[in-house]
Design a protein around this ligand. Structure first.
Ligand code: G
Ligand code: G
Ligand code: MN
Ligand code: NA
Length: 252
C-alpha cells in the first residue's frame, strides 16, 4: 500500500529513470539496439525493481501515465543518439493495460512527433499475453503501428501461455527468445531443441530473432552455428545509465 501511494508521486519527484541494455549483432560486431528498462529510486526504500512496481502501476492504471513517460524518455534519448550519428533502435517494453488503452495509438503518434524520432528507430516489445488477447483489436493496432513504420518484437517468446496460431497473422518483426531457454541450453538437449525450433519457425515465417540473457561465449557460438546473430545479455553489457550507454556506443 505504501508503494502504491508513493508511486503516484514518483514521476513528479523525478524518481523514475531508464537504463539501457545494448543489443548486438555478433556477425557485424555492431550495436543494433538499446532496450530501455525502467528503474525507481525510492527516497527511503532505495532501488525498487520493475517486477515489483510495474504490477502496481498496472493495477492502479498509473501505467498509462508512467508508460507514456517511459516512451517519451526513451524516444528523446534515441533522437539524441541518432543526432550523434548512431544508427540503432530503442526497445520499449509495453504492458497489457497500456497497449489496450483506447488512446494508445494517439499517444505513440504524439510522442514520436514531440520527440522527432524516426518511427523505424522505435522497437515496441509486446508480451505473448498482449498478443493473445482481443485478436481482432490487437491485429488492427499492430497494423496501425506497422503503417507508421514502427518495429514490433515479441518479448520472452515461448514462456507465456500462448498459441502459435497468432504468429503468421500478426505483422511481427522479431521474436525475443526468453533467457530461460538460453540458460537451459547450457546443460540440456531439450533447451537446445527449443531454441533451434524457434529459429526454424521464425525463419519460415520471415521473422527475425534475438536471443536474450546471453552470458557466455559458448552460448554465442551455439547461436551463431544456428544462424542467430542478434544477442542481448550480460556477456556484452548489463543495462547501463544513458551516459554509460552513450559511452558504450562510442567504443564499439
Ligand atoms: O530490468 P529487469 O530485468 O529488472 O526487468 C524486469 C521485468 O520488468 C522485465 O519483465 C521487463 O520486461 C519489465 N520492465 C522493465 N522495464 C519496463 C518498462 O519500461 N515497461 C514495462 N511495461 N515493463 C518493464
Ligand atoms: O522481460 P524482459 O526481457 O524485458 O526483461 C529483461 C530483464 O532481463 C531485465 O531485467 C534485465 O536486467 C535482465 N537481463 C538482461 N540480460 C541478462 C543476462 O544476461 N542474464 C540474466 N540473468 N538477466 C539478464
Ligand atoms: Mn523486454
Ligand atoms: Na524478455
Amino acid at each position: 500500500l505504501r508503494l502504491e501511494k508513493d508511486l503516484y508521486q514518483a514521476l513528479q519527484h523525478n524518481e523514475l529513470f531508464l537504463v539501457y541494455q545494448p543489443q548486438m549483432d555478433t556477425n557485424r560486431h555492431t550495436v543494433i539496439g538499446m532496450e530501455a528498462l525502467v528503474r525507481w529510486r525510492h527516497p527511503v526504500l532505495g532501488l525498487i525493481p520493475p517486477d515489483e512496481f510495474i504490477p502496481i502501476a498496472e493495477d492502479t492504471n498509473l501505467i498509462v501515465t508512467i508508460g507514456e513517460w517511459i516512451l517519451q524518455e526513451a524516444c528523446s534519448q534515441m533522437t539524441r543518439w541518432s543526432e550523434m550519428g548512431y544508427v540503432l533502435k530503442v526497445g520499449v517494453n509495453l504492458s497489457t493495460k497500456q497497449f489496450n488503452h483506447d488512446n494508445f495509438l494517439e499517444m505513440v503518434t504524439s510522442v514520436l512527433s514531440k520527440t522527432g524520432l524516426r518511427p523505424d528507430l522505435l522497437d515496441l516489445e509486446l508480451t505473448e499475453r498482449i498478443a493473445m488477447a482481443n485478436e481482432e483489436e490487437t491485429l488492427n493496432k499492430l497494423k496501425n503501428l506497422k503503417e507508421l513504420g514502427i518495429h514490433i518484437s515479441i518479448d520472452d517468446f515461448g514462456t507465456g501461455y500462448s498459441s502459435l496460431a497468432y504468429l503468421p497473422l500478426y505483422p511481427l518483426d522479431r521474436l525475443k527468445i526468453a533467457k530461460e531457454f538460453i540458460h537451459m541450453a547450457d546443460h540440456s538437449e531439450e533447451g537446445k531443441a527449443i531454441i533451434t525450433a524457434i529459429l526454424s519457425l521464425a525463419s519460415t515465417l520471415g521473422i527475425c530473432v534475438i536471443a536474450e540473457g546471453v552470458e557466455t561465449y559458448e552460448q554465442i557460438v551455439f547461436l551463431q552455428e544456428h544462424n542467430c546473430y542478434q544477442v542481448q545479455g550480460y556477456y556484452f553489457s548489463r543495462p547501463l545509465s544513458a551516459q554509460d550507454a552513450t559511452a558504450f556506443l562510442g567504443t564499439v
